[in-house]
Structures are given as C-alpha cells and as structure tokens.
Design a binder for this molecule. Structure first.
Ligand code: XUL
Ligand code: CO
Length: 441
C-alpha cells in the first residue's frame, strides 16, 4: 500500500459558527466559542474533547460483524509509523473541528510491544509526535489513562486480579501512562475499572480485591507527587460491561469506595451518560450525586439507545439531556479541570471519515444549546424560586436550629408533643415544573 500523505480531510475546512439559520451541515449553528454565557465563553464552559479510542481507533465492528470504518490514512498495521501518522490525522481533525482538548489511553495511541520495555518505547515515540502536534495546534490533553482491560493478561482484572504479577504489570503501566500524561501537560488522569469487578462470586475474594484497587490508586497518588503532577485523578463509574459487576458501579458506589480508602481529596468523578443508563440511573442523577459531594470532575458525553441494552456510546443529540447535564454542571460551579469529552462513536453504518465531523458537530451543538437553555433557566429564576419556596421551612427558627445542631430527638419530641401534628405539606408541582422547563427549550 502506498504511504498515505495527508490531508486526511481535504474537503473539510475549519468548522465555523454560522448561526441557527445555516443550512451547512459542516458548520456550527449553536456552538459559538467566543460567545459569553454567564460571563464565560462557551469554549471555557464546555471544554470539548475528542477521544482517541473511538474516533481514531474504533473499526466500528459489533458482536455480529467486522469493522466497517474506512480510514484511508491507516494502513492497518501495528507499526509505530502508522501510529505516528494517525496522530497527524487526529490533530488535523481536531484542529478543523476547533476542539480544544483530546483524551487517550496509552494503547490507543501507540502499539503494544512484545515486552513492557518495548511498549514503553513505542509510547515514547508516539508521545513525541503528540507533543509536536499539541505545540503546533495549541490543542491540549484533557486526560490520559492506561488501558488495563484489553490485553488477555487482564482477563481477571488489573488491580483486582488474583495474579499479583498482573497487579505489578498494571502498576507499571499506570506509572508510564501518568508520566506521559504529565509530560504532555494533561489536565487530568482517569481510572476506568474496565475489568475491576467479578464474573463469578464463588471464586472472588471481594475484600481483598477492593483493598488492592485502593492500593493501586494510592500508589498513583504518591507517584503523582513524586513527578510533580498536580491535576486531579478521576474515577469513571460503570456498573457492568465487560464484567457482570464492576466495583465502580455508579457515582454513589465510587464515592463510598473513595471515602472508605481515604482517597476523596485526590479523586473526582468522570461521569458518562451511557454508564448511568446501564446503572439504572439518569445522567442527571449521577451529576447530582457527584456534585452534591463536591466531586464532579468531568463528563464523558454520549448516550445509549433506549431500545438497545448495551453501551452503544452514541453521540448526544437530545437537547433535554444536554440541558440537564449543563444545568447540573452550572449549579455545581462549572467544569474547571474537566471537560465535555465525547466518549462516543459513530455507528457502524456511518463509516466514512466525514461522518466523524457530523457526529462531533452535532454533539457540540447539542451541548451548546443545553448550556444556553440551562443558563436561561437560571437567569429567569422561576425554577430556583420554586425550589427555594419548597425548602423555606428550613429558614424558619425551627429549621435553622435543627440544621445548626441545636436540637435532639428529645427536644423535637417535646415540640411535636406540644404541636400534635406537623404543618400540612405543599404540592411538589412536578408537572408544572416540567412544563416550565419545556418553555425554555
Ligand atoms: C468504557 C469507557 C472508557 C473510559 C476510559 O465504557 O467509557 O472508554 O472512558 O477508559
Ligand atoms: Co468513558
């Protein structure tokens, strides 16, 4: 095969904001990077990020058929040269898309070698090109991570493997991935426990596995200090797939784990919509659980399919969903180190390179609209006043005293024995509120 020499997307110019009336499918109609929302640019609110694994490495196969993706720049080999060429293509794509960030796993960007030393060497060779391209374009690394789930050595888990040498290998891989992330100025580092769970409880020592998982995370925290990495670590909850049950099953389970093992100061959560769905939650639920604990770090923006029970990782296009996401994000102070990371793939039938643009443009516009709608809800203030009114009894002397810890079961019993019954409840007004939200859409 003759060596590909770019550009990879010759027919695509830099994607521009053309406004809601534009009929150009290769333009933004809502994402206007410079536009201020609540005094901050859309670029800084949304911090869009492209994922390397789906956008540049996913062949678009499914359990019933081979990959369909046409990627003319990729010669299909596991060579370092191919990986380096792919980096140039990835940056051409991200630059044209005007995405300020990207995210990767170590094994997406560089091929795994026959030994750990060889894999590290390959990663260094590709990271060199990543760095050059970051410098050329100004595109930054949102977060890096180590793939601790694809290789067969991780079949029983990585940190939670019953094989201590597998734990050691995983630790070595995390060390290297952390070094590379730090060297590339990564603003975060993610742990997604792909196989950190169980398939069968009869053969599982859960207590031990959880201790080991915490041990690896503490080692990462310690090593970060050593090399001067000061960014946050993220845990990404997901309840299942590939395992039957993953320990980081949802936001609440992750927070419980982080508290139990004294990791709360170092970790925030990276929440993904399709993972929330698999956990039987809404994304809004997960965001509220994390946000109310002060642990909302970043989001993997995607969506599932209501009729498919698995992690389809589709691009988000539902404005109601993006409104909910952005409303919770604004409520908890906005994204700081995190971003809106499109952990999403085009579907198997959308196999052309151009589809990668349409997918990302759609996701970016959907989130831009969600941001604007959420800001309008907040500016209008009607929703907030309903919520304030709903909790107004907590501003009464009684409510204030309970919150301030001035009461006990006995003092409250005395009060209620005197009163005989609590004040009548007010309506929750859910339907009215849902109608109100629709007013902004
Ligand atoms: C898997 C998933 C991962 C993480 C990073 O479902 O979401 O790609 O985001 O390992
Ligand atoms: Co993800």
């Amino acid at each position: 095969m003759p060596t590909f020499s770019g550009p990879a997307f010759p027919d695509v110019e830099t994607i521009r904001f053309e406004g809601p009336d534009s009929r150009n499918p290769l333009a933004f109609r809502h994402y206007n990077a410079e536009e201020l929302v609540e005094g901050k640019s859309m670029r800084d609110h949304l911090r869009f990020s492209v994922v390397y694994w789906h956008t540049f490495r996913n062949p678009l196969g499914d359990p019933f058929g081979v990959g369909t993706a046409v990627r003319p720049w990729d010669d299909g080999t596991e060579s370092v040269e191919n990986a380096q060429r792919r980096v140039r293509v990835a940056f051409e794509f991200m630059e044209k898309l005007t995405a300020p960030y990207y995210a990767f796993h170590d094994r997406d960007v560089a091929p795994e070698g026959a030994t750990l030393a060889e894999s590290n060497k390959n990663l260094d060779a590709v990271a060199k090109v990543l760095k050059e391209e970051q410098q050329r374009t100004g595109i930054k690394l949102l977060w890096g991570t180590a793939n601790l789930f694809s290789n067969r050595r991780y079949m029983h888990g990585a940190a939670t493997s019953p094989n201590a040498e597998v734990f050691a290998y995983a630790a070595a891989q995390v060390k290297k991935a952390l070094e590379v992330t730090h060297d590339l100025g990564g603003e975060g580092y993610t742990f997604w426990g792909g196989r950190e769970g169980y398939q069968c409880l009869w053969n599982t020592d859960m207590h031990r596995e959880l201790d080991h998982l915490a041990k690896l995370l503490h080692m990462a925290v310690d090593y970060a200090k050593e090399i001067g990495y000061t960014g946050p670590f993220y845990i990404e909850p997901k309840p299942m797939e590939p395992t039957k049950h993953q320990y980081d099953s949802d936001a609440a389970a992750c927070l419980n784990f982080l508290r139990q093992y004294d990791l709360m100061d170092h970790f925030k959560l990276n929440l993904e919509t399709n993972h929330a769905t698999l956990a039987g939650h809404t994304m809004q639920h997960e965001l509220e659980v994390a946000g109310s604990a002060g642990s909302l770090g970043s989001i993997d923006a995607n969506t599932g399919d209501v009729l498919l029970g698995w992690d389809t990782d589709q691009f988000p296009t539902d404005i109601y969903l993006t409104t909910q996401c952005m409303h919770s994000i604004l409520k908890y102070g906005g994204l700081t180190t995190g971003g809106v990371n499109f952990d999403a793939k085009v579907r198997r039938e959308s196999f052309e390179p151009l589809d990668l643009f349409y997918a990302h443009i759609g996701g970016m516009d959907a989130f831009a609209r969600g941001l604007k709608i959420a800001a309008a809800i907040r500016a209008d203030g009607r929703l907030q006043s309903i919520v304030d009114e709903r909790y107004s009894s907590w501003s009464s002397p009684l409510g204030k005293d309970i919150e301030a810890g001035k009461h006990s079961l006995a003092s409250l019993e005395k009060l209620m024995l005197e009163k005989g019954e609590a004040t009548a409840n007010a309506s929750g007004r859910q339907e009215m509120i849902e109608n109100l939200i629709n007013d902004y859409l």
